[in-house]
Design a protein around this ligand. Structure first.
Ligand code: C5P
Length: 298
């Protein structure tokens, strides 16, 4: 085998419950993830030297993507090589269809795809648990990128268990030409909660029930994001498109993860297209559906 290509999905947080900051600087989370049909692909190819190249698909701006050893995909390949005790360079190519720094875990999807691509290329006998542990070392959202579907995330997000989901959900994904740094959003969360008791986070039962029944309308009622006020403080201009989406009949509107991407839940695909049309002046709209599978060898 000379090369392997793996596709991995964007994640959204249907609910992002954030607890009080831990001693290690991370926040305990109780989140419900969903993988949606915006995807990136990673190709790992046998090479004489380690290398990384990148292209943007579907208008994704890749100017901020580092092409050196700090890139999360490259770190994933090197971590797996070190874990397996092998020294076989690969050239990675990223085809990024997930907007960068958007709160959609695009870098985490690259890392998840790279782990699976290199494990396949090197024919490593790794259990799902081994891969998940390595993924968790790389970032809080990377293990979910391997699993996909709809899933609960605990710990700092890296402890993932699948949720029963009988539904299909159509989303409008509104992205902007600016990003929000995840650490900055969490730091703002800490400032907003200074001196206030922050309870341990939980995933609301109505959300788990809504997924199990596949009820779009009940899911719309149960969506939530504890980082929303922090992200809105950093980017107050997000309030307007969120309101415009609801006025345009979206069932719900929320910030994705740490933002700035805004998500609008629709009844079905046709409805999503109508909502997207109403939002086109605010940024770039894409239509996606979830849940979709995690990292998959093509
Ligand atoms: O794990 P990841 O590398 O994605 O985290 C990026 C940053 O986001 C962390 O350095 C931390 O500032 C913040 N974070 C957090 N609590 C989490 C996840 C991320 O504070 N559960």
């Amino acid at each position: 085998m000379a090369e392997v290509t793996v596709q991995a999905p964007a994640k959204i947080n249907l609910h992002l419950g954030v607890g009080p900051v831990r001693a290690d600087g991370f926040h305990p989370l109780a989140t419900a993830y969903q993988a949606i049909s915006l995807t990136s692909r990673v190709t790992a190819r046998v090479a004489d030297a380690w290398g990384l190249t990148c292209t943007g698909l579907d208008g994704v701006d890749i100017t901020e993507v580092p092409l050196d050893d700090t890139n999360l995909a490259m770190r994933a390949a090197r971590l797996l090589a070190a874990h397996a005790g092998i020294d076989r360079p690969v050239a990675l190519h990223l085809d990024k269809g997930i907007p960068v720094a958007g709160g959609l875990a695009g870098g985490s999807a690259d890392a998840a795809a790279t782990l699976l691509a290199c494990a396949t290329l090197w024919q490593l006998e790794l259990s799902a648990g081994d891969l998940a542990r390595l993924a968790g070392e790389l970032g809080s959202d990377v293990p979910f990128g391997l699993v996909g579907g709809s899933a609960a995330g605990h710990g700092r997000g890296e402890l993932v268990t699948p949720l029963r989901d009988r539904g299909r959900y159509d989303w409008v994904v509104l992205t902007f030409d600016f990003g929000v740094s995840t650490p900055a959003a969490y730091a703002e969360f800490d400032r907003l909660h200074a001196g206030i008791h922050v309870p341990d986070p939980e995933i609301p039962e109505p959300l788990v029930d809504a997924l199990a029944r596949g009820s779009v309308r009940d899911l719309a009622e149960a969506l939530g994001n504890d980082l929303h006020p922090a992200t809105l403080r950093l980017r107050p201009e997000l309030a307007e498109p969120l309101r415009a989406g609801l006025e345009a009949s979206a069932l719900a509107a929320l910030v994705s993860g740490s933002g700035p991407t805004c998500l609008f839940l629709a009844e079905d695909r046709d409805h999503a297209e109508r909502v997207a049309t109403a939002l086109a002046t605010y940024g770039r709209t894409r239509i996606a559906h979830g849940p979709v599978s995690g990292a998959t060898v093509l």
